[in-house]
Ligand binder design. Structure first.
Ligand SMILES: Cc1cc2nc3c(=O)[nH]c(=O)nc-3n(C[C@H](O)[C@H](O)[C@H](O)COP(=O)(O)OP(=O)(O)OC[C@H]3O[C@@H](n4cnc5c(N)ncnc54)[C@H](O)[C@@H]3O)c2cc1C
Ligand code: SF4
Length: 327
């Protein structure tokens, strides 16, 4: 671990000014991912900007839906009455992640920004284009059991490891980003990026920006939501595949549907074509199987993760059956 400076910020404006002044600085929130990466020399910021004192820990209703500050804890949201009753998909996804202790440290901003869990990314003796651009991708021909099947590139096949992100993309969340000069709001679906030819970048956040808020619009999915996570251990393991499903039902008719997957792509992966197919249809095993078939178009596996081509569609069907109370 290299030496670094540490500055503790008292206001949002001082934090964004510091980001502007020190382009190589990194924000530290809960520290549960960043400190691990620094200890292993995967990331080596020379300055840490501690934002913990900032007033961004709220979870409250607004005209649009619910607004969550970037420093709200994962445990705080998962246990929040409003989230549990109106946005249970988010609660379920958060509770499927990490451990109770980690969820007590993990913030919304930090969870959104957590780096991939590709083991070669963490191993500084191995080539990795994400850690060191143009050094090569060890996973392409190496152990790639946890890796992507959608939107992969020939320079990186890593996946976004977050459970929370899968629920947020399904729920049409928005993100507020702030720099010293401006504030912008973007769709959560546009925050993370595919690896393309710049796998070193996980998302579209600029170096001088910070995440201040996440907004989830109101929805009617609360009676028919399910987050399915398939993993090697029952708890404390990252997803092999996860599916977030939210349905708005009129009897057995699907009025609206939101579907997203984790563990399959460099970004939380929304299943738009499958959603379009299901809209207006009856909730049934047959329709869910057809939607899963549609969702799998374009999937490509890399050897050790071939099993995901069968696991992913069956997980989509299972999540939809659970969300619609058919199983
Ligand atoms: C053993 C273990 C198991 C885990 N299992 C799971 C799991 O199953 N599912 C899951 O989803 N997660 C899992 N996690 C990951 C955990 O959820 C993340 O470590 C946590 O969410 C990161 O949040 P943090 O606040 O601690 O972030 P930090 O470590 O403080 O920061 C992470 C990154 O976010 C940036 N950042 C933080 N806040 C902001 C902001 N407001 N604006 C801009 N950038 C910001 C930091 O600069 C840094 O790059 C696990 C972690 C561990 C250690
Ligand atoms: S998949 Fe991505 S993160 Fe993993 S070794 Fe290849 S370039 Fe690195």
């Amino acid at each position: 671990m290299i030496n670094f400076d540490y500055i503790r910020m008292g206001s949002i404006s001082s934090a964004v000014k510091a980001l502007d002044k020190f382009p190589d600085a990194k924000i530290i929130a809960g520290g549960s991912n960043l400190i691990d990466l620094m200890k292993r020399n995967v990331m080596a910021p020379t300055k840490l900007i501690d934002i913990n004192p900032l007033p961004l820990k709220y979870i409250h209703t607004t005209k649009q839906g619910v607004q969550i500050g970037a420093l709200a804890l994962n445990s705080q949201a998962a246990d929040h009455e409003l989230i549990k009753t109106k946005y249970p998909l988010l609660s379920m996804a958060i509770n499927a992640g990490a451990s109770a202790q980690l969820r007590n440290m993990a913030t919304f901003g930090g969870n959104m920004m957590q780096r991939t869990r590709c083991s070669y990314f963490y191993d500084t003796t191995m080539p990795c284009n994400k850690r060191e651009p143009n050094s090569g991708c060890s996973a392409l021909t190496g152990i790639n059991r946890m890796h992507g099947i959608f939107g992969t590139s020939d320079v990186c096949i890593a996946v976004n490891p977050s459970d929370m992100n899968v629920a947020l993309v399904a729920l049409d969340a928005k993100v507020i980003l702030k720099s010293a000069k401006k504030e912008r709001t973007i769709a959560f679906a546009d925050f993370h990026k595919l690896a393309g030819d710049s796998p070193q970048l996980d998302n579209h956040l600029q170096k001088n920006e910070m995440i201040t808020d996440i907004i989830i619009p109101e929805n009617q999915f609360y009676n028919n939501s399910y987050y399915l996570k398939v993993r090697d251990r029952h708890s404390y393991a990252f997803a092999l595949i996860s599916v977030a499903a939210g349905l708005e039902m009129d009897g057995q008719n699907i009025k609206k549907v939101r579907l997203a997957m984790g563990g399959v792509a460099h970004k939380p992966w929304r299943l738009y074509d499958a959603e379009n197919f299901l809209q207006g249809k009856t909730a049934s095993l047959q329709n869910f199987e057809e939607a899963a078939k549609i969702a799998m178009k374009g999937a490509k596996s890399y050897g050790h993760n071939d099993f995901k081509l069968a696991l992913a569609p069956s997980s989509i069907v299972e999540a939809l059956l659970k969300a619609s109370h058919l199983s």
